[in-house]
Ligand binder design. Structure first.
Ligand code: ZN
Length: 474
C-alpha cells in the first residue's frame, strides 16, 4: 500500500536528462518518490487523476523576507532608502512574535497556492528573539519546506545608524552568535527545515561579526547567505572601507565557495563573475524586486553561460508577490529586452532556475528540485485544461510564459497533500485573512505620521504621492 498515486499526467521531471513523460504515473510512499512510469499498478491510500495536468517539481523561492508580507503598499514608488525610514522602520521596529507569525501565514498561503514548496526566508527582524521561532513553526504548520537564514545585523539595518530609535532589530555580536547556534541546534535538519547564516550585507554587519559568522558556518557546515552588490552604492562603500568591490571583498575574506549564497548580485564586474564561477558560489536572482526599486538587472545570461548556479527569489515587499511564476517571467523578459536578443535566455533555463537551480542554490539538490525516484515528493500539478494553456502542446514555454500561480491545482510536499484542488489543507485561509486584517490594523496604528498621511492622501496630481506630501508639508 502506497500513500499517493498520481495517474495519467505529463511529467516534466527536471532530472539530469530532462526527461518528459507523457501520460505517466508517480507513486509516493513515506514522503518519497517510489516509482515513476506508465500504467503503474499500486494500491494507494489516495489517487489523483492528472489528466490534462502537468506534474513537475515544486518551485523553490530561494530568497524572501516574509515579515514584509503585511506591508505591501505602505509607501510605494520610492527609492529604497526613504521608503525604509519613512514607512518600513516605524512599522517593523515594533514587530512582535504575533505579527511575525501572521506575516508568515500570509506568505505561506500565497506561496503554496502558487506552487512554491520550498522557501528560503532571510529573517533578521530580531525585534523579539522569538520571532524567527514563530515563523519557522508557522512554515512547518503550513507544510512548507524551508531553509531559514538566521539574519545577523550588529551595525546598521539598511544603512540606518544604530542610534536611531527604530533600530530595535540590531543586536550585539555575542547575542546573535549564541542565538544563531541555539536556533541551529533546535531546527537544522529537523522536519522540513534546514538552517543557514545570513549577514544582512557588508554594510550592515561589522567586519568582526562577518568573520565570526564565516567561522560558525564552517564549523556547522552550512550556507552563508547574504545580499551582495544589490545596489550600486554598496560598491562605493566597500571600495572606501576595504579597497575592493563588494564581492571581491567577500571573496578575500573567504565567504565565496559552494556554501556562499549571494542574493541579487547585480553590480558585478567581469572579474567578480569569474570569482563566482571559479569558486562554485551560488546566486539568487530577484528580478522583480531589483526592477521595482530601480536597482538594475543582474547579468544572469552571462552567469549561466559561465556555469554559475542561479536560483530565483521573490525578495520581500518590493516584488509585491510571492508568485514565482511572475518572477520567472520577469527574469526572462529582462534578459531578452536588455540584451536586444530573444535568445538571451530560454524557457528551459528559466524553469531550471525555478526548480533544480533553486534547489542547488540552497544545497538541497540531492533531495529536491526534480521528480526522480528516491527524491522527496515535492511535486505540483498544473491544470492545463484551460484556454490560456491548452494541453498536448509543448509545455515548457507555456509554463514559463503563460502560467499563473492560480493555475496550480495540487501541491505535494514531503508526500503530504498541502493543497488539493486549489484548497490549502494545512491552514485556514479564512482564519489567516481575519488575523492578517487585524495584524495590519495593529501595525498601521503603530506606524508613523507618514503612513497615516499616505492612507488619507488623494490621487497625486503628478509624480509619486509621497513627494507631493513632502512639498505641501515643507
Ligand atoms: Zn533581500
Amino acid at each position: 500500500m502506497i500513500d499517493l498515486l498520481i495517474k495519467n499526467v505529463t511529467i516534466i521531471t527536471m532530472d539530469a536528462h530532462r526527461n518528459v513523460i507523457q501520460r505517466g504515473d508517480i507513486a509516493i510512499k513515506d514522503g518519497k518518490i517510489l516509482s515513476i512510469g506508465t500504467d503503474l499498478v499500486f494500491e494507494a491510500q489516495k489517487t489523483i487523476d492528472g489528466t490534462n495536468c502537468v506534474a513537475m517539481p515544486g518551485l523553490v523561492n530561494a530568497h524572501t523576507h516574509v515579515y514584509q508580507a503585511l506591508i505591501e503598499g505602505i509607501g510605494y514608488d520610492m527609492h529604497f532608502d526613504p521608503w525604509n525610514w519613512r514607512f518600513l522602520f516605524p512599522v517593523v521596529s515594533k514587530m512582535s512574535p504575533e505579527h511575525a507569525e501572521v506575516s508568515a501565514e500570509v506568505a505561506a498561503i500565497e506561496m503554496i497556492k502558487s506552487g512554491t514548496t520550498t522557501v528560503s526566508d532571510h529573517w533578521y527582524m530580531h525585534t523579539d528573539l522569538q520571532n524567527i521561532y514563530r515563523v519557522t513553526d508557522t512554515f512547518d504548520r503550513a507544510g512548507l519546506r524551508a531553509q531559514m537564514v538566521y539574519g545577523l545585523l550588529d551595525q546598521t539595518f539598511a544603512g540606518e545608524r544604530i542610534e536611531s530609535e527604530y533600530m530595535t532589530m540590531i543586536q550585539r555580536q555575542d547575542v546573535l552568535l549564541a542565538e544563531a547556534r541555539r536556533y541551529y541546534d533546535q531546527y537544522h535538519n529537523k522536519k522540513r527545515t534546514t538552517v543557514a547564516l545570513g549577514p544582512g550585507s557588508t554594510e550592515d554587519i561589522s567586519e568582526g561579526l562577518m568573520l565570526k559568522t564565516r567561522d560558525l558556518a564552517r564549523e556547522l557546515d552550512i550556507n552563508v547567505s547574504t545580499h551582495v552588490a544589490g545596489w550600486i552604492e554598496i560598491n562605493a562603500y566597500t571600495m572606501r572601507k576595504f579597497g575592493k568591490r563588494d564581492l571581491e571583498h567577500l571573496h578575500a575574506i573567504g565567504l565565496t565557495g559552494p556554501h556562499g549564497v549571494f542574493f541579487h548580485s547585480v553590480w558585478l564586474s567581469n572579474h567578480e563573475i569569474e570569482i563566482l564561477a571559479e569558486t562554485g558560489s551560488k546566486v539568487v536572482h530577484c528580478p522583480m524586486a531589483n526592477s521595482y526599486l530601480g536597482y538594475g538587472i543582474a547579468p544572469v545570461s552571462q552567469m549561466l553561460s559561465r556555469g554559475i548556479t542561479v536560483g530565483l527569489g521573490t525578495d520581500g515587499a518590493a516584488s509585491y508577490t510571492y508568485d514565482l511564476w511572475e518572477v520567472g517571467r520577469a527574469a526572462a523578459m529582462l534578459q531578452k529586452a536588455t540584451k536586444l536578443d530573444g535568445e538571451a535566455i530560454t524557457a528551459e533555463e528559466i524553469l531550471e532556475m525555478m526548480t533544480i537551480g533553486g534547489a542547488r542554490a540552497l544545497g538541497l539538490e540531492k533531495e529536491i528540485g526534480s521528480v526522480e525516484v528516491g527524491k522527496k515528493a515535492d511535486i505540483i500539478l498544473i491544470d492545463f485544461n484551460q484556454l490560456h494553456l491548452l494541453p498536448d502542446a509543448r509545455y515548457v514555454p507555456k509554463l514559463v510564459y503563460s502560467t499563473h500561480g492560480s493555475d496550480v491545482k495540487d501541491v505535494i510536499i514531503d508526500g503530504q497533500l498541502v493543497m488539493e484542488n486549489h484548497k490549502v489543507t494545512t491552514l485556514s485561509e479564512e482564519k489567516v485573512m481575519a488575523r492578517a486584517m487585524s495584524a495590519r490594523k495593529d501595525l498601521i496604528a503603530m506606524a508613523g505620521q507618514d503612513t497615516r498621511d499616505l492612507l488619507a492622501a488623494p490621487w497625486p496630481k503628478q509624480g509619486p504621492y509621497w513627494r507631493a506630501i513632502t512639498k505641501e508639508q515643507g
